[in-house]
Design a protein around this ligand. Structure first.
Ligand SMILES: [Zn+2]
Ligand SMILES: [Zn+2]
Length: 165
């Protein structure tokens, strides 16, 4: 019973976990029977295979100038596919360098240039304040608003207070 449960939990975990950073499915790895299998690439063309030997074979028998090398002396690390790290477009530029005005929190001295991050600050530090917020014009339904919606409203208010609209 315990074992079965663990197996199910194990397979679920594999599905939920995001693959390691050097894995780009279809480029560096293939998923074969649920396992991630590393791909190798010919350094001279786009030929790829999951078996290193296949790459060697391919280079040895490919009959053109690009592949005219002594494959036995070839550095096999050239078969590895370099991984270009995925870069988030939001972290690419450092926040300090963003050409944006800072928005001050309406409840404390915290400030942020990124509205989404200010909203996160509200959710993290000022949940009570958000909950007590009077949403003018919508008082009849305001208890039903989500905290995210309130955070958005608070951010708008903060922007207005700083003169950013
Ligand atoms: Zn090739
Ligand atoms: Zn604050």
């Amino acid at each position: 019973m315990t074992k079965t449960y663990r197996n199910i939990a194990g397979s679920l975990k594999n599905k939920i976990d995001s693959p390691p950073e050097d894995v780009v499915l279809g480029i560096t790895h293939l998923r074969i029977n649920g396992e991630l299998v590393r791909l190798y690439k010919c350094p001279f063309c786009l030929f790829k295979n999951i078996h290193e030997d296949e790459i060697t074979h391919h280079i040895r028998y490919k009959d053109n100038a690009e592949h005219d090398v002594d494959v036995d002396k070839l550095d096999k690390t050239l078969y590895n596919i370099p991984v270009v790290k995925k870069q988030s477009r939001y972290t690419y530029v450092k926040k300090e360098d963003l050409p944006l005005p800072s928005i001050r929190c309406i409840w404390c001295p915290y400030e942020d240039k990124v509205v989404r991050d200010l909203e996160w600050h509200f959710l993290e530090k000022h949940k009570d304040r958000l909950y007590q917020m009077k949403l003018r014009g919508y008082s009849h339904i305001h208890p039903y608003y989500t905290m995210e919606y309130r955070a958005e409203k608070a951010a708008n208010l903060a922007k207005r207070k700083c003169g950013i609209v």
